[in-house]
Design a protein around this ligand. Structure first.
Ligand SMILES: Nc1nc(=O)c2c([nH]1)NC[C@@H]1CN(c3ccc(C(=O)N[C@@H](CCC(=O)O)C(=O)O)cc3)C=[N+]21
Length: 281
C-alpha cells in the first residue's frame, strides 16, 4: 500500500476530546448541551446509526434524548413533537433520522425544526447560508469530509476537486465547501458522460453515489486524495464504500477507509454542531 490512510476514528477521537471539554464547560455553567434524536419506523441501518449517535453523545457529555416511534406515526404527530422540542430550552439540536416513512413529507419535517436547532444542516435556511457564505450549520457529512481533507495538510487552493454525487445532503454542499476552500470544482453524477475523464484530472475525489466500485484505480490520478462517503454491502455482506479501496490505495496519496473514515466524522460533526448551538444560547 502506497497511500496514507486518513483515519476518521483517530481524527474523531481528537475532535471529540475538544467537544467533551467544551461540553463540560457548558455543563459547569448549568447549560449542558442536549441533542434530541427522533427515529420513526424500524429500518435496521437507522437503528444502528442512531445508537452510535446516542453513544457518542454520552461519551462527550452531551445529553441525548432518543425518541422512537412506530412506522405508522402520523406526520401531524411528528410535527407536534418537533414543536415541543423547539420550545424546550434544554434541547440545542434536533435530528430526525432519514429516511422517513413514505407517508411523511421529509421536507416539511426538516423545515419544522427551529433554525437555531438544525444541527443536521438540512434546512433550506442552512443550505442558503452555505450558498451565501454566511455562518450557519454545515451538513455533517461534507463538514467531516473537509476536516478529513484538512488533516492531510494538503492545501486545496488551485487544486481540482471532483465530487461524484449531487445529493442535497452530500454532493451539492460538498461542492460548495470545496469551492469556498479555493479548489476548482467539478460535480459529476449519474448523467455524466465519461466519469473517468473527469476523475483522472482530479487532485481530490469525493465519492458519494451509494454505489460500489463507482471509482476504480484506472480512474484515479497518481497522488490524488480519495474520500469515500459510501456505505454499501459487498456480496459477502461486508461493509464497503463507493471506491475500490484495494486497487486505489496503490495509486492515491491519501485515502479514507470504510468503515472508519467518513462515518465516524459525520457523527463527530453532529456533536460539534450541537456544542456550537449550545454555546450560541
Ligand atoms: N437526519 C439524518 N442525519 C444523518 O446524519 C443521517 C441520516 N439522517 N440518515 C442516514 C445517514 C447515514 N449516517 C451515518 C452516520 C454514521 C455512520 C458510521 O458511523 N459508520 C461507521 C460504520 C457503522 C456500521 O458498522 O454500520 C463507519 O463508517 O465506520 C454511517 C452513516 C448519518 N446519516
Amino acid at each position: 500500500m502506497s497511500a496514507q490512510l486518513i483515519d476518521g476514528v483517530a481524527l474523531s477521537q481528537k475532535l471529540r476530546a475538544e467537544i467533551a471539554s467544551r461540553a463540560a464547560a457548558l455543563t459547569a455553567k448549568g447549560k449542558q448541551p442536549g441533542l434530541a434524536v427522533i427515529l420513526v419506523g424500524d429500518d435496521p441501518a437507522s437503528h444502528v446509526y442512531v445508537r452510535n449517535k446516542v453513544k457518542a453523545c454520552e461519551d462527550a457529555g452531551i445529553r441525548s434524548v432518543k425518541e422512537q416511534y412506530p412506522a405508522d406515526m402520523t406526520e401531524q404527530a411528528l410535527l407536534e413533537r418537533i414543536a415541543t422540542l423547539n420550545a424546550d430550552p434544554s434541547i440545542h439540536g434536533i435530528l430526525v433520522q432519514m429516511p422517513l416513512p413514505k407517508h411523511i413529507d421529509s421536507h416539511k419535517v426538516i423545515e419544522a425544526i427551529a433554525a437555531t436547532k438544525d444541527v443536521d444542516g438540512y434546512s433550506v435556511l442552512s443550505a442558503g447560508e452555505l450558498m451565501a457564505g454566511l455562518e450557519g450549520f454545515l451538513p455533517c457529512t461534507p463538514y467531516g469530509c473537509m476536516k478529513l481533507i484538512e488533516s492531510t495538510g494538503v492545501s486545496l487552493k488551485g487544486k481540482h476537486a471532483v465530487v461524484i454525487g449531487r445529493s442535497n445532503t452530500v454532493g451539492k454542499p460538498m461542492g460548495l465547501l470545496l469551492l469556498q476552500a479555493n479548489a476548482t470544482v467539478t460535480i459529476c453524477h449519474s448523467g455524466t458522460a465519461d466519469l473517468g475523464y473527469h476523475t483522472r484530472q482530479a487532485d481530490i475525489v469525493v465519492a458519494a453515489t451509494g454505489r460500489r466500485n463507482t471509482l476504480t484505480a484506472d480512474m484515479v490520478k497518481p497522488g490524488a486524495i480519495v474520500i469515500d462517503v459510501g456505505i454499501n454491502r459487498d456480496e459477502n455482506g461486508k461493509l464497503c464504500g463507493d471506491v475500490d479501496f484495494a486497487g486505489i490505495k496503490e495509486v492515491a496519496s491519501h485515502i479514507t477507509p470504510v468503515p472508519g473514515g467518513v462515518g465516524p466524522m459525520t457523527i463527530t460533526m453532529l456533536l460539534m454542531n450541537t456544542i456550537e448551538s449550545a454555546e450560541r444560547v
